[in-house]
Design a protein around this ligand. Structure first.
Ligand SMILES: Nc1ncnc2c1ncn2[C@@H]1O[C@H](COP(=O)(O)OP(=O)(O)OP(=O)(O)O)[C@@H](O)[C@H]1O
Ligand SMILES: [Mg+2]
Length: 314
């Protein structure tokens, strides 16, 4: 098994609560809040743990909210490497209106990160990474972290001969992906902005992904398509993996669970096809769990077996 490292530059303490009706101006009496660790890379580490694997979560953490986040990760048994920052880790809020069955999610931009702090995370990454490690860089950038941060991560990974999986969006993805990565997992919106087109259809998806792989240093792409599953594209093959039909509860955490499943299988030495099928099983399994909950191992096993049987029947 190869080592897996996750990198979260803008983690969060996710606070969720519920209230009987969200109405303006009134004081709303909420139920006792639940706190969970949040942020792309951190969620990938948590989902890997649920699958029975292990990883090291490298992230920035500051203030009492950062301390709370660290404690929550300790409780889940996640191995971590923290770079301390002066400002406080952001706290996101999700409020479920139990009367109207609606969830309101408030995301904060993130703390002020000093130049020496984001540079320190690159140094830590360089110290931690060894040849053939997998590194998952995931999530948004904190407000004043340079937009080419993931390109700098890509350079460190290349120097260390490690394999970078990048899962982010917008300019950060555009610049990071062009710097040379091992694998990308864009959704349809992210792929269209990556390729500079207004929309993606089943007709142009394959050719756009292949063009990107040809023109950049990137071994494979798994384009996730929500309830339509995913498309694995490598220079030598294309495979559509359908998402199994399940009782849909909440899509939150589907992308992170999918990336966790993918890197977990890659680290076990499996093929791109096995990786993508297992990733879809993990993503879909996450949609069966409520709220922010990630995939459950039993559901993943069941869905993966179903996908394998489907493939055998084709
Ligand atoms: N409604 C759904 N039904 C079945 N599977 C789903 C559904 N939504 C998502 N999935 C599964 O999760 C995977 C990832 O979902 P999606 O394409 O929405 O990723 P994403 O946009 O990166 O998500 P996120 O918002 O969590 O980052 C899909 O490939 C699929 O396997
Ligand atoms: Mg995503």
């Amino acid at each position: 098994m190869k080592r897996i490292l996750t990198l979260t530059i803008n983690p969060a303490l996710d606070k969720s609560t519920s209230v009987a009706g969200v109405v303006p101006f009134k004081k709303l009496r909420c139920n006792i809040p639940i706190y969970e660790p949040g942020g792309g890379g951190i969620n990938v580490s948590r989902a890997i743990k649920k699958l029975g694997g292990s990883s090291i979560a490298l992230y920035l953490s500051g203030g009492p909210t950062g301390e709370h986040l660290n404690e929550l990760l300790d409780q889940e048994g996640i191995e971590k490497k923290i770079v301390k920052i002066l400002d406080w880790t952001r706290e996101n809020l999700a409020v479920t209106d139990t009367v109207n069955e609606q969830q309101f999610r408030f995301g904060m931009p993130g703390p002020h990160v000093e130049e020496n702090e984001w540079k320190q995370i690159l140094e830590e990454l360089s110290l931690l990474l060894r040849e053939d490690d997998y590194v998952v860089a995931s999530g948004s950038l904190a407000p004043n972290v340079p937009i080419d941060f993931y390109a700098q991560v890509a350079k460190v990974a290349q120097l260390k001969k490690a394999r970078l999986i990048l899962d982010t969006s917008g300019e950060a993805l555009k610049i990071g992906a062009r710097a040379g990565v091992f694998l990308l997992k864009p959704n349809l919106g992210e792929l269209s902005s990556l390729c500079g087109v207004s929309s993606i259809t089943t007709r142009n998806l394959e050719s756009l992904a292949l063009k990107f792989l040809k023109e950049h240093q990137c071994s494979a792409m798994v384009v996730s398509m929500g309830s339509k599953g995913a498309m694995l594209v490598t220079p030598n093959m294309v495979e559509h993996i359908p998402a199994p039909t399940v009782h849909h509860v909440s899509s939150i955490g589907a992308g992170d669970s999918m990336v966790a499943g993918m890197v977990f299988r890659l680290a076990a030495g499996q093929s791109f096809s096995e990786m993508a099928n297992f990733g879809v099983a993990c993503g879909t399994a996450a949609t069966m769990t409520p709220g922010t909950q990630l995939c459950k191992k039993d559901d993943v096993e069941h869905l993966y077996q179903w996908l394998i049987r489907q493939k055998a029947n084709i």
